[in-house]
Write a protein that binds this ligand. Sequence first.
Ligand code: SF4
Length: 303
Amino acid sequence: MPPPLERLAAFASPVPGPVAEPRPENGEPLSLSFYQVDDYLTCPQKYKFNHILRVPVSPHHSIIYGAALHRAVQEFHKRHAHGEVMTEGELIASFESAWSSEGFLNRDHESARLEAGRTALRRFRAEQLEPGAVIPAYVERDFAFTLDGDRIRGRWDRVDVEPGEGPAEAAVQPSPDGFQPDVVEPTLALLPRERVTITDYKSSDVRDPDRARQRARESLQLTIYAMGWQAMTGRLPDAVQLNFLESGLVGRAGVDDKRLARGRAQIQLAATGIRARDFKPKPDLVACSYCPFRAICPASLAR
Ligand code: SF4
């Protein structure tokens, strides 16, 4: 599970939107995003504040920063897919137009974050224009699948589909004994030998390559993205990765049955608790320190 600060700065969806309250009756299907599962696993009380009571929270500067970076990256990719290359000025203007001054500690802090974003975007743009760089096949693409009767939904930041070299059979065969979504909806066309990489952009500052790889290996968010790809194409992606925009580091990992089983168990744990309306707080000093509800939560360890 990502650390709370990075969860606050979660980048796949700038600000997770409101969701329908889970139905109370046992057996009724839930509709869950990664953010809901992650909130529940972090602390069921946090899930309740956020997704059932929908307690409004003040914007956090890391959310503002991540959302503005995300907007600029998304616009770059979408225009690039249509043969347009945004100039540096256009890219930074896109970032600044999505900016809001809320949540920053002071003017100097805000200026420093603005400059960090501009620097990150200049490097991002240069990387996208390097010879051999891949133009993504999908950007900000919604997906959904059912798992144990519940609907799991999300949105891929970026999916790259490249010509592959391996045997067609190996590329298209899902593992016979491993994880399979309950319902496969092969709604995306895919040729047998294509290599697929799903990327999630992160605005959190990771500068250690080992740490970046570990984050990719352990990310439930990426596991859910892989499950979604399998549900919509009938096969797993070849790799999933986190792209840390501030450092330019990419943490890459594979997807195997062990990972899928672990992800499935995590989703089941959250779904079972939500369905049972078990919202007992799970206070933890680090989690509470970054929890936006710490000021109103009676169980908080960080008020
Ligand atoms: S403050 Fe701590 S115990 Fe309360 S909801 Fe947040 S994480 Fe849970």
